[in-house]
Design a protein around this ligand. Structure first.
Ligand code: FE2
Length: 172
């Protein structure tokens, strides 16, 4: 188990998954709240915090084809994402990285991101995608992982906020 690097985040009562899903769907389903601010960046995965409160925050993310997060967790925060445009693929570490589950997230679908879950998100489609992410408590950091011969291992990078490592993957 990993300690949350932000002690203040543990002082708030986290929102329920259903509440986070409602908020994410409300933002994703209202393009007027994000379509004029969303950007697509070919060099780095783009994100913007749309809303901040004591007990949660809301992030807008864009994904060009091939952009991905790398394996990561959310340092003790849970969340829900909704794909507002396009589609994403999620890989979830199972049995400490010995196995992975792959899930397709189509436009309009929601996915829960559990507190200790290690996952990997990517746009493996040929079209840009946009997603809305709600985190509660607010996201303090993301921590990277690698999957090697011994399964899941922490990688050196830990970044504040939503600055996930950005890597490009080749489409097959
Ligand atoms: Fe994530």
């Amino acid at each position: 188990m990993h300690r949350n690097p932000d002690p203040a985040a543990e002082a708030v009562t986290p929102l329920s998954g259903s509440r986070m899903k409602l908020i994410a769907r409300a933002f994703a389903g209202c393009p007027d709240r994000w379509q004029n601010v969303v950007r697509m960046d070919p060099d780095t995965r783009w994100h913007l915090r749309l809303h901040s409160a004591d007990d949660h925050d809301v992030w807008l993310e864009s994904w060009l084809p091939g952009q991905e997060t790398g394996w990561h967790d959310h340092a003790g925060t849970s969340g829900v994402l909704v794909v507002a445009r396009g589609e994403l693929e999620e890989r979830i570490s199972v049995l400490n990285g010995v196995m992975t589950q792959v899930r397709h997230i189509p436009e309009g679908a929601a996915r829960r991101m559990r507190r200790r879950q290690v996952h990997h998100l990517a746009n493996v489609s040929l079209a840009p995608a946009v997603s809305v992410h709600v985190y509660s408590p607010p996201l303090g950091a993301t921590r990277g992982y690698e999957i090697g011969a011994m399964g899941l291992m922490r990688s050196p990078w830990t970044e504040a906020g939503r600055r996930l490592a950005t890597r490009r993957s080749r489409l097959q």
